[in-house]
Write a protein that binds this ligand. Structure first.
Ligand SMILES: [Zn+2]
Length: 508
């Protein structure tokens, strides 16, 4: 389809340069919005004006013109005009509007060998010039490749970024990658354009944290512990925030750390060069999280949650972080409380640090008490056979779960297949573990001999929450531990009598 303009065609000598304008209806890849032909033509007219040429014909093709089977009236008209010498050149937004395939360009080159120019956002290319032809061929090859399919387009974007030496994956800077410093605030007279890159030394430090963090997680160190370590080392998120467990987890689970480019959960490419984190370790880490995803352990980050009970209503206590810190250590404060959201009465609160201090003393006292130890041993002997059975079955289930997780981590199965396989095993494991904990008093592997109090203290002080909880469970055995409501005396210190052990069979 062509709109005829009043052009003195055919008389080459002495006439002004005639440029045709070509538009093709297309969509912006990122947004899917239509790029209207009228807009393209309007922009092309500005180019024609700028180079002092005369507009020849305005040509256009429709949305489906990129398909190989569809005839393109505008394109064919252009070839006619080039062949006849009526047109000296063509103006397009981008060369990918004009050429579907490299062969389109070759056709135009054959016809326009005497001299034909292509104007686009990339500049002016003269088909008679071998260097320009070379550049056009590269542009067209790129455009053809980019329209092939989504995954290849994504890859190309990463490839282009690499070629540009950007070194990260587009978008705002991410932890462990170079890029603009997102924490930078413009000073007087500065604009966002002055935003500096983060120093390479920081990127290296962050990469070391990702590597060490992955190792630590695989060795069983908790995310909360890592968050504290990273904060203490002065590391912050890319946006300058302090680390918490959940952000540590999300940053360690980024596939790009292992050089993997994923799209909708599928592997679509790999980043060239040495990955930050060993891909095998990353796969194991992801498998570990996948296996844990169901049935989060209650009270992961507090020693007493799910163990301590409300002295008023008997509900197991929850814990919550507060927005204040302990003045002496700067440690974030938290409270144990009876949670109405969990059908509690909401009447009992206790400072986490004060309560944990009492729990430590209780554990040391009980674990070093020979009477307590022999009671544990006797209780365990009574149920030894059943415990052995449970232990074997739990191990079997855990092995299957690990195998499933590893296959997910290696992308041999997808998340749905993992869930299908894991769901029944997870449910079975939950029942088995509950029975084991019931029989063993919560810590089947705990000591059954009295220990040196100094040794118990050392274990407690060097352990994190995941180590202290089994110690507490072991020390309690079947004893229930209640936290009574505070009496309103106005005293600032924690009244240790509020923690009240109740032996089994007695009323709370
Ligand atoms: Zn309560």
């Amino acid at each position: 389809m062509a709109i005829k303009h009043d052009v003195n065609a055919g008389q080459r000598a002495g006439r002004p340069i005639v440029l045709d304008s070509y538009g093709r209806l297309s969509r912006v890849p990122e947004t899917g919005e239509l790029e209207k032909i009228e807009t393209q033509w309007a922009d092309n007219r500005k180019v024609i004006e700028r180079v002092g040429a005369t507009l020849g014909e305005e040509l256009k093709d429709g949305l489906s013109a990129w398909k190989r089977s569809v005839r393109r009236a505008g394109w064919e008209r252009l070839l006619e005009r080039v062949e006849s010498g009526e047109s000296d050149g063509i103006v397009v937004w981008h060369t990918d509007r004009l050429f579907r395939q490299p062969r389109d360009l070759e056709k135009l080159i054959d016809l326009g060998e005497r001299g034909f120019k292509v104007y686009s956002a990339h500049g002016e290319r003269d088909l008679a010039d071998p260097d320009d032809r070379f550049i056009l061929r590269i542009e067209v090859a790129h455009a053809a490749r980019s329209s092939d399919d989504t995954s290849r387009r994504i890859k190309r974007r990463f490839a282009t970024k690499r070629e540009q030496g950007v070194g990260h994956l587009g978008g705002p800077r991410r932890f462990g990658w170079p890029g603009k410093d997102l924490t930078w605030v413009p000073g007087r007279g500065e604009t966002d354009g002055d935003r500096p890159d983060v120093p390479p030394g920081l990127v290296e430090q962050e990469r070391a944290a990702l590597r060490d963090g992955t190792d630590a997680q695989l060795a069983g160190i908790g995310q909360g512990t890592l968050a504290n370590e990273w904060n203490a080392a002065g590391l912050r998120t890319a946006l300058g925030r302090e680390w918490i467990a959940v952000t540590v987890k999300s940053v360690l689970l980024r596939p790009t750390n292992a050089g993997l480019i994923e799209h909708d959960g599928r592997l679509v490419g790999r980043i060239e060069g040495e990955p930050i984190v060993d891909p095998d370790k990353f796969a194991r880490l992801r498998a570990m999280y996948a296996a844990r995803r169901r049935g989060r352990v209650v009270g992961e980050s507090y020693v007493g949650t799910g163990i301590l009970r409300c002295g008023h209503c008997g509900t197991k206590l929850s814990a919550s972080r507060k927005n204040t810190v302990h003045k002496d250590t700067g440690e974030r404060s938290a409270v144990y409380f009876c949670n109405k959201q969990r059908r509690g009465c909401g009447k009992v609160y206790g400072d986490r640090r004060a309560v944990d201090h009492e729990l430590r003393l209780l554990v040391i006292a009980r674990q070093s008490d020979s009477r307590h130890a022999s009671a544990v041993a006797a209780a365990r002997a009574r149920v030894a056979n059943r415990l052995t059975e449970l232990h074997e079955e739990i191990t079997k289930c855990e092995e299957i779960q690990t195998a499933l997780s590893e296959r997910l981590g290696l992308l041999e199965i997808d998340v749905e297949a993992f869930d299908r396989g894991n769901k029944p095993i997870s449910a079975r494991l939950g029942k088995l573990r509950a029975e084991r904990d019931e029989l063993s008093g919560g810590n089947p592997d705990g000591p059954i001999k009295a220990q040196d109090p100094a040794e118990v203290a050392r274990q407690w002080d060097h352990g994190d929450v995941s180590e202290r909880r089994p110690m507490l469970l072991s020390a309690l055995g079947k004893t229930l531990l209640y936290l009574d409501p505070a009496t309103r005396t106005g005293a600032q210190t924690f009244d240790r009598k509020r923690l009240r052990p109740v032996e089994p069979g007695r009323s709370a």
